[in-house]
Structures are given as C-alpha cells and as structure tokens.
Design a protein around this ligand. Structure first.
Ligand code: ZN
Length: 313
C-alpha cells in the first residue's frame, strides 16, 4: 500500500500567524514534512524522474508532482512503477492546457489534453494542473498569429468545458492555475483567482470538485483580492497549493523563482487561508531557478526544501 510507512502527520491545531489578528486553525509543519511535495521542475536539471523519485524516498519526502516531459523521458510505465515502488503520492500532474489554437491545430490540442488526463489517471494524480495558454501562436506553435486576447480567453473556457467531459469519465479533476499577468501572451490568459473561479462557476455551478484551482503563490501573491477569492473558492475548488517565493528583484519571470523564505511572500498567512477553507493536502514546492537552485546538488535542494517547509511554509 502506498504511504503505509509514513506517519499520519500533524493534525489541525490553533496557531498564531504573524500578521493575522486571531488565532487560526492550521497544521503545524514545524516537526515533520509529511505534507511536503516536490514538483519535479524544482530539480529537473539534476536528474531524470526515476532519480528524483529515489532522492525523494531518501529524504523521506512523500509527495511528488511530475511534469509530462519528465514522465515521457523515462516512459509512463516506468514512471508509474517508480512512484508506486517508492510509496509516493502525487499532489498533482503538470500539465495540461495550452488550449488556444487555430482551427488547424485544435484537434491536436484536444488529443494532447485527453492524453494528459489519461497519464494523470495512470499515475494516480489527484488533479491535472492546467496552464491554459495565451495567444494561439505561442500556445500551439504554427497557429495563425493573433492579438485577440479576449478571443483566447473565450476559447480557453470553451476548451476546458470540452476536456471536462473526458476528465469526468476518467474521474480526474482539472485544476486551473491562474498565472501572473506577465504570462498572458505566451502561457496563460487566465491571470487572477477571480477569473479562474468565474470559469469554474460557469462550467461547474454545482461545485462538484471536477474543476477547481491550483493556487500557486508565485502567480497570485500580489492580488489584492487573494484572500477574498480563497474564501470564495472554498474547499471544493482548492485542488492544489504551490509554494516558492518572489524575489526582489526577480531577474527572469519564468526562471528566477525563489526558495521559500528568500523573498516577500507571506507563505504561512496564505497557507492559513487555504487551510481555513478545509484544504488539507500537500504544500507543493515548485521552483524554476536556472542560476541558483538548478545549479546545486539535488540533495542540497531537497534538504533546503525540507528545512524551509518546517520554518517558513
Ligand atoms: Zn504551479
């Protein structure tokens, strides 16, 4: 059985979070890392997926969120076996999306996304994370160039609706990840929690949990509506929680994410907010860092993630 060699981990208890006036109900991570997950992008330069799985097991890390290209690199069957043999649980699967395409590339995009759902199911993921795509020429290269962002946003919503049919049959929840507005053109034209939740409400008014959000603090920490929208999301819409930090200055929008504690995000306050809604899953560390963390040995990166998970997350 996956996970049987792990302790149950901390229960919810009362804590005082700096910056919050009242004590809040949240888990105490200071003594163990039962609820730490590593997004495999964090150590993608240091080893292949099987090597990453081995390293996580070595560090007693239970959660993993693999990327499709890293799974494809070792083969899906080998990835499934490695994850199972190590007793790991997935906190998500990265990623589906890039929904925007011209007519000539639409079926390719749909097929690709259905495959992503099926891979996520094979791996036992709790959700497929969606990076929804920006303008079609960047989302699906070869598509006719466009500057119509509103059309891209409409298409994203329609195509999530199309994928939802397949995802429901596969019992695979879809987690829309709102991305920082700096990515609107090339990666995701859904840039706020509000927009993502509006889409969820239109596609799934019953709040079934079939579609919700991946709340990645790197992308949403700046949003003045963040805490209101976390409350609006509630338990059924919060499917994943991604952490890293926002460095000042940030030298590259994609490849200069910070380790938790090295930047300006009040991570614990944000975790308190999602846990106040009943989220009780993994804190998934996702750091793209070409000049810093990708240059360090895998064991050093993982040890640092564990330490910061206990002290900062
Ligand atoms: Zn993320």
């Amino acid at each position: 059985m996956a996970g049987t060699r792990f302790a149950p981990g901390p229960a919810f208890g009362r804590s005082r979070v700096p910056g919050m006036t009242a004590e809040v109900e949240m888990r105490d991570f200071s003594n163990d890392h039962r609820w730490l997950s590593i997004n495999t992008a964090t150590v993608r330069k240091q080893g292949n997926l099987v090597e990453i799985v081995d390293a996580l097991a070595r560090h007693g890390i239970r959660g993993i969120s693999p990327w499709r290209d890293q799974v494809a690199d070792v083969g899906l069957d080998r990835a499934v076996k490695a994850v199972r043999d190590a007793g790991l649980e997935l906190s998500g699967y990265c990623r589906g999306g890039m929904f925007t395409a011209d007519a000539a590339h639409l079926e390719e995009a749909r097929d690709d996304n259905r495959r992503a759902v099926d891979e996520a199911a094979a791996l036992g993921a709790p959700c497929l994370v969606l990076v929804v795509g920006g303008l079609p020429q960047y989302s699906r290269p070869g598509s006719t160039p466009s500057k119509d962002l509103a059309a891209a946003q409409t298409m994203v919503e329609e195509e999530i609706g199309v994928l939802l049919d397949h995802a429901r049959k596969a019992k695979m929840p879809l987690a829309i990840e709102p991305l920082h507005p700096g990515y609107a053109a090339d990666r995701a034209c859904v840039n706020t929690m509000r927009h993502a939740l509006d889409i969820c409400d239109r596609l799934d008014p019953a709040k079934s949990g079939d579609v919700g959000l991946a709340v990645d603090l790197y992308h949403v920490w700046w949003d003045y509506e963040l805490f209101d929208q976390i409350r609006r999301a509630g338990r059924s819409r919060i499917l994943a929680f991604h952490v890293c930090d926002w460095l000042v200055p940030t030298n590259h929008l994609l490849l200069d994410r910070g380790m938790m504690g090295d930047g300006v995000i009040d991570i614990r306050k944000c975790r308190a907010a999602v846990e106040a809604e009943g989220f009780a899953g993994y804190s998934e560390v996702e750091i793209f860092s070409q000049d810093n963390w990708w240059q360090r040995p895998m064991d050093e990166v993982l040890s640092t993630c564990i330490a910061r998970h206990k002290t900062v997350v």
